[in-house]
Design a binder for this molecule. Structure first.
Ligand SMILES: Nc1ncnc2c1ncn2[C@@H]1O[C@H](COP(=O)(O)OP(=O)(O)OP(=O)(O)O)[C@@H](O)[C@H]1O
Ligand SMILES: [Mg+2]
Length: 317
C-alpha cells in the first residue's frame, strides 16, 4: 500500500486497538490531504469528550468547523444525527420535534438495535457530498466492527422501510472503489495478532469495503550498523575492566540491547504483517523523542504529516 492510495481515497475509516495512534494518524492524513488542495473533513463518532480539540484547539461540534486551511472537523453525535435523519425522513419539523420530545418514542429509538449506527453512518454518507475526502476516527477495533457491520445485517434482516433504504445507501458508499479501512497497529506481537484478526473480520463481515490498509505506528528504526551490533553483542558478555565505571557501562550496554530488541521486534512485526496481508504496510517511527520534545500530540501529528507529505511527493516523482 502506498500513501497515495490513502491520500486519493474518498472515505477512510481509521481504527485499531486502543491507544495505538488512531486519532493522530487520522489527523495527519487529514492535514496532508488538505495541503494537496482537497477539501477534507475529519469526523469523530459520538465522542462524549471529542479528541480532535487536543490537536487542533477549539471545540468540536456536530456542525463541521474549519480547523486549518481546507481541513474541517466535526463530532457526529447521536441526538443531532437523529434529528437530521428524522427531518430527512418525516420532513415536517414540528412532527420531528414532537418525536424528539416524546419519551416513549425516544426509548424505542434508543433501544432499536442498529438504529444509532445506521443514523450516524447515514450522516457520514451525506457529508461525502460536501467534501473531497472524509476521514472517520472510529473507536477501537471491536466497537468499530460493530458499527461497520450494521448496514449489512440490516439488509439481511429487513425487506423494506426507511432503515432498510438507508442501509442500502450506506452499503453503496462502502462499495465505492476509493473507500477504505485503515488499521493502526504497533510493532508488538499481541497487537499484530489482533490487527490480523481484525483485518480478517473486516473482510468477512464488511465485504463491501474493498480496500484495507495498515499503518504500523511507533516503529523503532535501526540505529546500529553491523559492526556496532557485533561490538554490542561482544560487550554484553564481557565484564567491565574498571569496577568504578562498571554500573554506568552496564546500564549503557543494557539500554543499547533494549533498543536493539525493539528494532528487531519492529522488523519482525513489519515482515509478519507484509507476509500475511500480502502487501506492504506503511510505517511511522516513534516521534518527538529527541531534542527536548515538548510539543505533545499536535507536534506528533505535525511530524506524521511531514512524513506523509514527503513520502507522497517521492511516490509522485
Ligand atoms: N508515532 C508516535 N510517536 C510518539 N508518540 C505517539 C506516536 N503516535 C501517537 N503518539 C502518542 O500516543 C498517544 C495516543 O495517540 P492517539 O490519541 O492518536 O491514540 P488513539 O489510538 O486515538 O487512542 P484512543 O484509543 O484512546 O482513541 C498520544 O499521546 C500521542 O501523542
Ligand atoms: Mg483516539
Amino acid at each position: 500500500m502506498k500513501i497515495r492510495d490513502i491520500i486519493h481515497s474518498r472515505l477512510i475509516f481509521v481504527s485499531g486497538k486502543g491507544g495505538v495512534g488512531k486519532t493522530c494518524v487520522a489527523s495527519a492524513i487529514g492535514k496532508t490531504s488538505a495541503q494537496t488542495g482537497k477539501k477534507v473533513l475529519l469526523v469523530e463518532v459520538d465522542n462524549f469528550h471529542a479528541s480532535f480539540p487536543a490537536i487542533f484547539g477549539g471545540d468540536m461540534s456536530y456542525t463541521p468547523r474549519e480547523l486549518e486551511s481546507n481541513l474541517y472537523g466535526c463530532n457526529i453525535t447521536w441526538m443531532k444525527a437523529l434529528e437530521d435523519w428524522l427531518v430527512g425522513t418525516v420532513r415536517v419539523r414540528t412532527i420531528v420535534q414532537m418525536i424528539l420530545k416524546n419519551r416513549v418514542a425516544m426509548l424505542f429509538l434508543n433501544a432499536t438495535p442498529g438504529a444509532r449506527e445506521i443514523v450516524i453512518l447515514s450522516k457520514i454518507a451525506d457529508l461525502l457530498d460536501d467534501y473531497d475526502q472524509v476521514i472517520v476516527d472510529l473507536p477501537a477495533s471491536g466497537h468499530a466492527l460493530g458499527i461497520l457491520r450494521v448496514p449489512g445485517t440490516a439488509i439481511e434482516l429487513m425487506r423494506s422501510g426507511p432503515i432498510y433504504e438507508r442501509a442500502k445507501q450506506i452499503l453503496r458508499v462502502f462499495s465505492h472503489p476509493r473507500a477504505m479501512v485503515l488499521l493502526c497497529a504497533l510493532p508488538e506481537e499481541m497487537v499484530v495478532n489482533e490487527t490480523l484478526e481484525f483485518a480478517q473480520k473486516i473482510k468477512q463481515d464488511v465485504p463491501q469495503i474493498q480496500n484495507l490498509g495498515v499503518v504500523i505506528n511507533r516503529v523503532s528504526v535501526p540505529s546500529f550498523n553491523e559492526a556496532e551490533a557485533t561490538l554490542l553483542s561482544r560487550l554484553s558478555t564481557t565484564e567491565p575492566i574498571d569496577s568504578s565505571t562498571s554500573i554506568e557501562v552496564r546500564n549503557m550496554i543494557d539500554s543499547a540491547i533494549w533498543d536493539q530488541s525493539l528494532e528487531e521486534a519492529s522488523a519482525r512485526s513489519i515482515d509478519r504483517l507484509n507476509d500475511e496481508l500480502g502487501y506492504d504496510v506503511l510505517t511511522l517511527p516513534k516521534l518527538g523523542l529527541l531534542g527536548g520534545f515538548g510539543g505533545g500530540t499536535p507536534k506528533v501529528v505535525q511530524q506524521m504529516s511531514t512524513i506523509f507529505t514527503r513520502t507522497f511527493r517521492m511516490e509522485q516523482s
